[in-house]
Design a protein around this ligand. Structure first.
Ligand code: ATP
Length: 258
């Protein structure tokens, strides 16, 4: 059934994007509905990050349109897009390790107008502490002292504190043990259940497809519909095509969030 415009949170139409004259992704069509979790799959270096950057005005958009709730935001600045309700959890998290958990969370509130500060900020922080008990427990601890999984939760919390309508994440599983990856994706599932639209770029297709309602695959800079939820991703073709076959536990295989 065709999706009506009012159901779409984010829509990319024929997007070609890259850096200066370099075009990395070509003619991409992609939609994320309200409250939907969509996975953007693809192997290392195919352009997932570039496509996400194009959405938030951080890559050169040489053709096509990006719409947010029906509005054309293709020429908007990154700051304007953030103010319009899009939050990003970048690859590598971009936390400030010397700052406390609370101060890292406060950075997420900076998209708000000054007049919304104080009480609204306190309420938003309280909400994050309720949703992420580990951040509440460690609110005064410096971010750099936490495990990788806890840091990923902090990066997600910092994005959510601004109460976005669209949450974009780049490789949230990177460097995490499989059990911690599951906890991170369970959290994303809970976020989308509150009505936030989630677009998550992942090489770990198996983890992403556990919670995504729909997926797209980038190969050679072009996009195609990804596997249906529930698809068996264990065969050789999907292993090669989606960059599977590596759980990439990276640092701290035994780490946990608590
Ligand atoms: N700032 C940049 N300037 C020029 N080229 C870039 C820049 N960032 C990335 N690229 C190039 O764009 C291509 C796609 O990179 P991109 O980071 O978007 O891929 P990816 O799918 O996100 O991969 P990864 O999973 O490794 O992050 C690569 O060839 C990369 O070298």
């Amino acid at each position: 059934m065709p999706t009506s415009e009012s159901e779409l949170a984010l829509e990319l139409v024929d997007v070609t994007a890259g850096y200066g004259r370099l075009r990395v992704v070509h003619g991409v069509d992609l939609q994320v509905r309200r409250g939907e979790c969509v996975a953007l799959l693809g192997a290392n270096g195919v352009g997932k990050t570039t496509l996400l950057r194009a959405v938030v005005g951080m890559a050169t958009l040489s053709r096509g349109t990006v719409r947010l709730f029906g509005r054309d935001v293709s020429r908007w600045s990154t700051h304007e897009i953030a103010r319009a309700g899009v939050a990003v959890v970048p690859e590598g998290r971009a936390l400030i390790p010397e700052l406390s958990v609370r101060d890292n969370l406060l950075l997420g509130t900076r998209v708000w107008n000054k007049r919304f500060r104080s009480q609204a900020v306190d309420d938003a922080l309280e909400q994050i502490y309720q949703d992420f008990p580990i951040l509440s427990e460690r609110r005064l601890q410096s971010a750099g002292q936490m495990s990788g999984g806890q840091q990923q939760m902090l990066a997600i919390g910092r994005a959510l504190v601004a109460r976005p309508q669209v949450l974009i994440l780049d490789e949230p599983s990177l460097g995490l043990a499989p059990r911690v990856v599951s906890e991170v994706f369970d959290r994303l599932h809970a976020v989308s259940a509150t009505g936030v639209s989630v677009l998550v770029a992942e090489q770990n297709a198996r983890a992403a497809m556990r919670v995504a309602g729909r997926s797209f695959v980038l190969t050679g800079g072009q996009i195609a519909p990804g596997p249906e939820p529930g698809t068996d991703l264990s065969d050789d073709l999907s292993t090669i095509y989606l960059g599977l076959g590596r759980d990439r536990p990276g640092l701290g295989r035994r780490e946990s969030l608590s």
